[in-house]
Design a protein around this ligand. Sequence first.
Ligand SMILES: [Mn+2]
Length: 298
Amino acid sequence: MKHRERDIVPYSFLSSSTSYEEANYVVVGVPYDSTSSWGVGARFGPLSIIEASGYLDPFDLELNCIPLEAGIYTMPEISTLELTPESMVKLVEGIVTEIKEDGKVPILLGGEHTISLGGISALKDEMDALIILDAHADFYDSYGGRKISHATVSKRASEIIRQVIIYGVRTLGWEEKHEINNTKNVKIIKRIENNILRVLDSIEGKKVYLSVDIDVLDPPQVPCVSTPEPGGLTYAELIELMRNIMRKTEVIGMDFVEFSPCPGIRSDAYLVAKLVYKAIGYHISYLRKDELGCHPDR
Ligand SMILES: [Mn+2]
């Protein structure tokens, strides 16, 4: 029986065999893309990221430790495709609430950006601020007749979260601009502005939910996203930013959304998997310092 177990490829981030009870981090794939307006296919994101994660080295060269040893558990993929955006958000909210109550850090893998609303709703009472890294503001009040959509996520979040910070924005709809001007608790930091570190200083020590839209990266870094936008971050810039977010704030939940794998390209999914693993590594380095001896060289 042993060899047969070994032959099975698990649906598990980094092929981790840690049980839910032992885990500090819980990965939840949410394969939902029903409101995507241009490229559909984000539904294939979670499976693709998890498959690619099996090829990552568990040892992190930069941190000089094995973040996997902190305990990562992956939930079986949830069934969402037939759901309305509202009921998908409710379902995700319920799952993240349970993970939170069990004292673990939830990590959602999208799926389109709408899934974030599930995680944000579940953690809204605990978080002081929401940080969104995104090429888009997602600040329409309604989009395509929908109140809950990938293009309204930040606007909906701003209605339930005290402080919303969006970094990386490099395109904006006229209606969005008006919505933002009329919303006091949102701060948009354009890609070209370089004051994100100062903004992080202002929320030092605060509890934060981090939502990473993969399209914050430049299209050549990850061509396969639902809505590519030129002029974005490099992978190196993004992990440095994530490191600073983990260093300054206490991240209580995160998600990685809008990755929409292209057939035949593997480097994309691998990059996203590595990004997720780096986020876990930095989280351990700054918040669970003594457990595994992880520490960034800088
Ligand atoms: Mn986006």
